[in-house]
Design a protein around this ligand. Structure first.
Ligand SMILES: NC(=O)c1ccc[n+]([C@@H]2O[C@H](COP(=O)([O-])OP(=O)(O)OC[C@H]3O[C@@H](n4cnc5c(N)ncnc54)[C@H](O)[C@@H]3O)[C@@H](O)[C@H]2O)c1
Length: 241
């Protein structure tokens, strides 16, 4: 039976690469993203279904997963990839910006995991959740703001909790925590800050979304069945001390 993967933030830089790789792997992929135009551009891909969804809205998440249940019959893999990085300086972070940072990067992933686990029940094999975290939760030399770091640290704690909680039910949960990866998210910082951060990468270049997608694919493949509860740091070895 063809496996069904749900990818959030499907129309973004990393999301598009993850969708393309999972389609290449032979999965059916359901994309959730607020960018309906972006997903419309992807609609010609065989095996891809788009459900425009504002992941900051819990009722929209519920509606999306109800649609997934009725149209696809269940979920074998969830990739919590949607995220953003709001950049206000700590003392001036407006309450609303803090709420939105946490709501997209953590709360939405939490609710998508809740909904997916219900739809994973009774599916064959080891089912997978892959949370796209960030090096920002661990590296304090780079520019990342505190609410972004905290949202990703919370996500990684969710990864470990769910990994332990669902180990015997054969649901494997891991985080992938990339460093600088060339996507439209680079636009949140100035050219100068960006150049400095890229210069810190040991290979002298940013990583490409396809390089992250390959790891998502690996975790979702049978090779990933024995890995759960890990936060996999992808940064070309930048922070090894
Ligand atoms: N690019 C990097 O260097 C980098 C590094 C570490 C971690 N990450 C993480 O990778 C993930 C993907 O980021 P990216 O670099 O592809 O960014 P991106 O901005 O290219 O993509 C983010 C996607 O999320 C979608 N989105 C935003 N708000 C949404 C909402 N309310 N509801 C539904 N979808 C929404 C956007 O439409 C977009 O398609 C994020 O979680 C990010 O934190 C990125």
């Amino acid at each position: 039976m063809v496996k069904v993967a749900v990818v959030t933030g499907a129309a973004g830089g990393m999301g598009r690469a993850i969708v393309a790789k999972l389609l290449e792997d032979g999965l059916h992929v359901v994309g959730l993203d607020v960018d309906s135009d972006g997903m419309a551009e992807m609609a010609q891909q065989e095996g891809f279904a788009a459900i425009p969804t504002d992941l900051m809205d819990k009722s929209a998440i519920d509606a999306a997963f109800a649609q997934i249940a009725s149209e696809h019959g269940g979920v074998d893999a969830l990739v919590n990839n949607a995220g953003t990085c709001f950049m206000s300086e700590f003392p001036d972070i407006p309450e609303d910006e803090f709420e939105r940072q946490m709501r997209l990067n953590f709360t939405a992933a939490f609710h998508c995991a809740q909904a997916s686990i219900k739809l994973m029940t009774g599916r064959a094999g080891v089912r997978k959740i892959v949370n796209i975290s960030s090096n920002g939760a661990y590296n304090f030399d780079a520019f990342d703001p505190p609410h972004y770091r905290a949202s990703k640290a919370a996500l990684d704690t969710l990864t470990k909790d769910l990994a332990r909680r669902y180990a015997t039910e054969q649901i494997a949960v891991n985080s992938i925590a990339p460093a600088m990866t060339q996507t439209p998210l680079f636009g949140v910082v100035s050219e100068e800050v960006l150049a400095k951060a890229i210069a810190q990468m040991p290979h002298g270049r940013a990583m490409q979304p396809e390089e992250i997608a390959a790891w998502v694919s690996f975790l979702i493949s049978p090779a990933g069945n024995v890995s759960s509860g890990n936060v996999i740091i992808l940064n070309q070895g930048r922070d090894v001390r």
